[in-house]
Every structure is written in structure tokens, then in C-alpha cells.
Design a protein around this ligand. Sequence first.
Ligand code: CU
Length: 107
Amino acid sequence: MTLRPLVLALIVAAAPMAAFAQAPGDAASAPAHRSAKGVGVVTEIDARQQVLTLKHEPIPALGWPSMTMPFHVASPALLMGLKVGQKIAFDTQEAEGLPEITAIRKP
Ligand SMILES: [Cu+2]
């Protein structure tokens, strides 16, 4: 019996794990999180989770068509005074999980 097939199998099995382990810590080559301005209508407010669901208009800067989707809000204070059905303008930034809303304006 030769060890070569076993060694090759281990290398193949380990390669994806190594790639995964390196990716998150490789800040130098990680793309910057893009930010953009958007306009949308509030469809759901979850103050406890700091999640705001919006039916937003297209956001060309991010390549997004119009859609209804949840955003994380950077601060609970951003949700104060908001109501379902209200139209808002917002600043958003890509994040690891949900995109984050960093500012809200009420036109
Ligand atoms: Cu969207």
C-alpha cells in the first residue's frame, strides 16, 4: 500500500478550509463596504431587533432593483417616530449580515 493517495486526499480536503480561514481576516484585500442613498416606504418596524423593512426604490449605486427587504438600523433612535406606510430617504451601507441603515430623513 502506498501513502500517496491518502496524502492527496488530505490536501484536497484541507484546501477549502484553509481558503475559508484566510478570507475573513484578510482585511487588506477585502472590498470596502459600499454605501448609498435610497428612498422607500416603511412596511415593518422591529424595534427589538433593530430591523426596518422597506419597500425601496431602485438603488443603482448598489445595483439593486426595487424590492421589499429588511435592513438593520445602526441605532434604535433612528426608528423613533417612524410609522408603517411612511416614506423615508435613507443612507445604507453594506454589512456582513443585513445592510445597515445609518441615517433616515423624512421628506
Ligand atoms: Cu433591496
